[in-house]
Each structure stands twice: as C-alpha cells, then as structure tokens.
Design a protein around this ligand. Structure first.
Ligand code: BV8
Length: 261
C-alpha cells in the first residue's frame, strides 16, 4: 500500500481530513459492486457458486456463449439468483447511500450490481452499468419482454421471445464480452471526471470498463475512499481505505455528515 493510503479499521475516529473531504464535496460519485449487497445475503459475484452452482464458472454462465451452449442452465442460474434477491432486501449500506443522495448537492450512484437494491432503498437516477436482473429481453433483438408474456409461456425455460422466431428470453443484464450501454458509461465517466470525492464500495475492481471509473476520478483530482474488507488495485489509488463491511461504514460516514449540519 503506498504511503498515501490511510487505512482505517475502526469507525470510532474518522480523520478530520476525511470528514472535510466529505463535508466540502459538492459532487460525489459512488461506484458499488457486489460487496454492497453481501450483507443482504446475496453472494458476491465470484461467490455466486454456492450449493448446486459450485461446479459452474460465473464467467461462463454470465456470457452469450454460455447461454448459447446451454440456455436452460444459464436461465436456471438467474432464476436461482432472482429467488435469492426476492427473499431478501437492501441493507443499511444501501439505505445510507439513499440518505446521502438527499444531503449532497450532486450525487451520482454508479453500480455494477443487477439486483435493483439501490432503487429499492430509495436511491434514484442509479446508473446500472451491467443492467438489471428483473428485466427480460429478447436474445436476438434485445427488446424488452413483458412479464405477462413470460407468465403465459413459462412451460419452456427460458421461454421463447415474442420479438424474433429464433429468439429466447434472457436476463436484461450485460454479459462478459457484451458492450455496456454507451450513454450510461458516458454519464458514469462524466460523473467521475467532475466529482470532488468518489466512494468505491464493495468491488474487487476486476471487471472492465467499470474498474476504470475510479481511475478516471483520481486522474481528475478527486479524493477516493475505498470501503472493502479486502484490498485490491483500486485500494492502492485510495486516499482512505475503510476496512470492513459497507453496511457498517456507510451509515457511520453519513451520520458524520449529518452531524456536521
Ligand atoms: C466489455 C452482469 C467490450 C451479469 C457483470 C478491458 C476493457 C474492456 C473490457 C475488458 C477489459 N479487460 C477484460 C475485458 C473483458 C471483460 C472483463 O472485464 N473481464 C475481466 C473479468 C478480466 N469485460 C467485459 O466483458 C465487459 N464488456 O468490455 O465489452 C465490448 C465493446 C464493444 C463491443 C463488444 C464488447 C462487460 C462486463 C460486465 C459483465 N457482467 N454482471 C451478472 O451479474 O450475472 S459483471 C459482474 O462482476 C457483476 O456485475 C459484479 O458486480 C461485477 C464486478 O465484480 P464485483 O462487483 O467487484 O464483485 P466481486 O464478487 O468480484 O467482488 C466483491 C467485492 O466485495 C470484493 O472485493 C469483496 O472483498 C468485497 N466485499 C465482500 N463483502 C463485502 C465487501 N465489500 C463491502 N462490504 C462487504 N460486506
């Protein structure tokens, strides 16, 4: 860890410089990854192989090739994840970010997650870089498939698509090897370039182009706070590394901000 990253393990005393960076920020950008949903009981992306999925590689399951080769297995994996998401709810970290959005003049929330928990917790204008698992689209045309069509054609898993004779229903997420929505990505890059402070929460920083967003923020002079029990490439860029779960650190940070009002 280079000298300039201050590592904090206890929420007791936040450095004055960190509080000042927070309080004085006019534009805050936040990048979240699977770790922010970990305390909701959603396994992180690379851990999403518990039980019957242990023998599958998420990189294969979350790819057009994987879906082409075995649509039923990929579909079942998403049905399993959708069920996990339906059985739980956002945690204190999601709610803290929604509260923060109310307090800061400009806060752009960029997420790699597909569970929709930030919106459920009250955040709005969320940039879902990798899509949303609650949406279904045609595997050929990409057009949205409505829920009633899915219910009426559930005898086949995945159901056929209403938009193309060779199409099937697939989750409305971005798979490995697929391009991200260019408008979403442009908005994320703009927020990173303009922010005074970026929070990087619960991501291993291994997936591109999302992982380049904090790099851009740093290059444009933003202060960086990394919230993660572990450290990784993005931690090395950070001014502060808050070691531990986001459901602990985010409420502490937001309480600190409101306490200075
Ligand atoms: C693309 C949706 C190009 C599906 C996902 C360079 C540039 C561009 C592309 C590439 C590149 N190098 C390689 C690539 C290709 C690839 C890539 O990045 N590969 C990597 C793995 C080497 N990228 C792509 O394919 C992207 N597409 O670039 O297209 C293109 C252009 C034009 C035309 C065609 C193509 C698409 C990437 C999107 C893939 N889809 N999700 C689904 O979810 O099913 S990514 C998937 O990984 C999830 O969204 C997940 O969020 C994301 C990132 O992982 P993390 O969020 O970091 O999660 P992870 O489990 O890894 O880590 C969890 C972290 O949380 C850990 O650090 C852990 O310590 C921490 N944690 C744990 N508990 C807690 C916690 N933190 C806080 N609190 C806790 N309690």
């Amino acid at each position: 860890m280079p000298a300039n990253t201050v590592t904090l393990t206890d929420t007791a005393e936040l450095p004055e410089a960190l509080i000042q960076a927070f309080v004085s920020a006019h534009q805050i950008a936040v990048l979240t990854g699977a770790g922010v949903s970990a305390e909701s009981g959603i396994p992180t992306f690379r851990d999403a192989r518990t039980g019957m999925w242990a023998r599958h590689d998420p990189m294969t399951l979350a790819s057009p090739q994987g879906f082409e080769q075995d649509p039923a297995t990929v579909w079942q994996w998403y049905q399993w994840r959708r069920q996990l998401i339906a059985e739980t709810r956002p945690n204190a970290g999601h709610y803290a970010l929604a509260r923060l959005q109310q307090r800061v003049p400009v806060l752009t929330l960029i997420t790699q997650n597909v569970d929709g928990f930030h919106q459920l917790a009250g955040s709005d204008r969320v940039l879902e870089l990798h899509g949303n698992v609650h949406r279904n689209v045609c595997s050929v045309t990409g057009k949205v498939i409505e829920a009633d069509w899915m219910e009426q054609h559930s005898e086949v898993q995945p159901p056929p698509s209403p938009h193309h004779p060779r199409g099937r229903a697939r989750p409305g997420v971005v798979w490995f090897g697929e391009a991200l929505d260019s408008d979403l990505l442009d908005n994320a890059f703009t927020a990173a370039s303009n922010c005074d402070l970026m929070l990087v929460v619960g991501t291993a920083g291994a997936v591109q182009p999302a992982a380049s967003i904090p790099v851009l923020a740093k290059e444009h002079g933003a202060r960086l706070i990394d919230i993660n029990p572990d450290s990784n490439e993005l931690t090395r860029l950070a001014d502060w590394h808050l070691v531990g779960p986001s459901a602990k650190w985010l409420p502490t940070l937001v309480d600190e901000l409101t306490a200075t009002d």
